[in-house]
Design a protein around this ligand. Sequence first.
Ligand SMILES: [Zn+2]
Length: 498
Amino acid sequence: MDLQNALSKLDALQRRQLAYQHAMGLIDYDGATAAPSGAAANRGETLAILSEESYKLATGPETVDLLDALHENREQLDETHRRIVETMYEDIDEMRKVPMDEYVDYQRLLNESQAVWHRAKESDDYALFKPLLKRMIDANKRIMAYAKPDMPIYDALLNRYEKGLTREKCDAFFGVVRRELVPLIHAVSEAPQVDDSVLFGSFPLDRQRQLSDYLMDVMKLDRSHVAIAETEHPFTTGFTKYDVRITTHYHEENFSYSMFSVIHEGGHALYDLHPADDLAYTVLGGGVSMSIHESQSRFYENIIGRSREFIGLIAPRLRELFPHLRDVPDGALYLAINKAAPSLIRTEADELTYCLHILIRYELEQRLFDGTLTVEDLPAEWNRLYKEYLGVDVPSDKEGVLQDMHWSAGLFAYFPSYALGSAYGAQMLHVMKQTVDVKEALSRGDLSPINDWLESHIWKYGGLYDPGVLLEKALGMPFDPMYYIRYLKEKYSEIYRL
Ligand SMILES: [Zn+2]
């Protein structure tokens, strides 16, 4: 075969695929930000047609022949092209196993499910969402049975977000989390409490928007390639390294909710903006897995954003924007921001109790998929586990089982990414500190050394390596959750004087 000719066909194919993804992603993004509420059905039709075209392109005979030929000759390719071919070959092989009708129907269901979840959450009406959730679970079971017939269902779901991740690995990780963090959380809740009242008041939205701009500047996000919009549920979407969107949600009564959303989503955006140039417009151009993605966002949100030095750095700007904070010293602000207390809402949870929110979801979704929990019993089980792990009573489904958009968007087995990502980030900090003076960089207000480390160890590789390989390469050692546990113990022992 003419290898050069095949490679230029491969390049053209990826660009076409990315063009479909760009278009579909923008329509999705528009649906979450600016589109009028009556546009959902129309959007669903458009997306179904585009996804059908994209499916045909990905599984058509020309693509299959091209990838078969390249896969057979992969030993002759350079590392990047070999990886591209292997990734696409595997993806397409799985995609072809799913019948096209099933695939297209699922795109429609996805759109309907998200729209219904929005209404159900607004009106606190789980019964409205329940049949859609059931259909989503059934559809995911069928699709996984086609795509990964040899894998246990929950492992198959986990592998969509992190290749190589298994229930066994997650169980081991969450076992450490439960054993080590539950006693620490108990000790913290028995210690004298931190006063966070300074975070509450009235914070005009235009001032909060200025704060978002300032934070994006501090993080060195290139505004010619990343834009911010407002949504119900903050998220990031990176179409290519040249077009990344983040979103936030402003709460007038507390500026810190949006502030940490911007820092979190900004962490995702930095990762999406910085794969090496030769990976742009290829299937390796985005982040490699959701755990690694969340390691970047949660590293920024918590390890950087909730550190004493970072708070000291941004405090003058906060006082300028919000006169309410004029007389609050840096130390009091740092404590308020790091108050740890069991709560109802995952996205507003503090760094310490956060993992228990994930643990609850991890346990519930496994049972939803292995058939030991029905959608009828889900809200009661949700409430029972919140009481058991966090000691809180759930007053409504809106603040309970309906709070997250994930299940409505088919993101089953996604939640472990947040907890694993947090733990990866803590170990990255440990390694980063061996060559970077993190505190000094933050105090000086120049985050370049931190970004440079992340870029050279994580960002630039895009999807070039499997997540486990990338992580071990970046860390220079295997993943060990005890770095995360030690980080939390040190930080919260100091704050709560344990
Ligand atoms: Zn995230």
